[in-house]
Design a protein. Structure first.
Length: 197
C-alpha cells in the first residue's frame, strides 16, 4: 500500500473507531510506575493537567471528549463570546497529561492491571449503596423481593383410545389419498409438443 493511502486512512478518511483509538494522552510518572503503561485513551471523569498552549498548568476533570476534533474539554476552562455567552475550550489530547484515572469501567480497570477482562468477574456493589439510593418508601416497596407464588399442578392429558372401526376408516382414507398423490405430473406446452412429435 502506498504511504499516501496509509496516511489518508489514518488521518483524513479515518473511521470513528480509528479516531477514538488515537485519542490517547500520556500518563503521569506516578501512574506509569503503578501500571507499567506510558499512555491511555482519555475518557470522561479523568483528571488531567495541560502541559502546552495557552492554558498551560491548568488541571481539572474532563467534561467532554470530541472524537472528531481529537480533543477534550476541561471543567472550568471556558472562553467568552462577544455577546457574553461562555463556551468550552477544546484542548488537544496530546497536550494533556493524565494525573488521575476514572476506574468506574470494569473493562478499563482489568486492562490496566494486565488481566483479561472477560475472565475476571465484575465487582458487585454493596447493599448499603443500594439502600442509600432509595429516596421514597414507594421505591423501597418496588425493590422488595417478590414472594414466590405456588405453582399450579398441570395434569397430563392421557391419549384417548379410539375404537378399532374408526382406525380402519382412517387408514383406508390415508391409503386412498396416497394413491391419488402418485398421479403423473402435468406437462408444459413445450413438453407436450415434443411428445407428439
Amino acid at each position: 500500500m502506498k504511504p499516501t493511502k496509509v496516511r489518508n486512512y489514518q488521518i483524513y478518511r479515518a473511521t470513528m473507531a480509528i479516531r477514538s483509538k488515537q485519542l490517547g494522552s500520556p500518563l503521569s510518572k506516578d501512574l506509569q510506575k503503578k501500571y507499567g503503561k506510558r499512555s491511555m485513551r482519555v475518557i470522561l471523569g479523568d483528571t488531567v493537567k495541560v502541559m502546552r498552549g495557552e492554558y498551560r498548568g491548568v488541571d481539572g476533570k474532563i467534561s467532554k471528549v470530541s472524537i472528531a476534533d481529537n480533543s477534550v474539554a476541561i471543567e472550568g476552562v471556558k472562553k467568552e463570546k462577544s455577546k457574553g455567552e461562555k463556551f468550552d475550550v477544546l484542548i488537544r489530547s496530546t497536550n494533556v497529561v493524565i494525573t488521575n484515572l476514572n476506574l468506574d469501567d470494569h473493562w478499563r480497570k482489568t486492562k490496566l492491571e494486565g488481566k483479561k477482562p472477560k475472565t475476571t468477574p465484575k465487582e458487585a456493589k454493596p447493599e448499603s449503596l443500594k439502600e442509600a439510593k432509595l429516596e421514597s418508601p414507594k421505591e423501597a416497596k418496588l425493590e422488595l423481593p417478590k414472594k414466590d407464588k405456588p405453582k399450579k399442578e398441570v395434569k397430563k392429558d392421557e391419549p384417548k383410545e379410539t375404537p378399532k372401526e374408526e382406525t380402519k376408516k382412517i387408514s383406508k382414507k390415508s391409503v386412498k389419498s396416497n394413491t391419488k398423490s402418485k398421479t403423473k405430473p402435468k406437462l408444459n406446452q413445450n413438453q407436450l409438443k415434443r411428445k407428439k412429435e
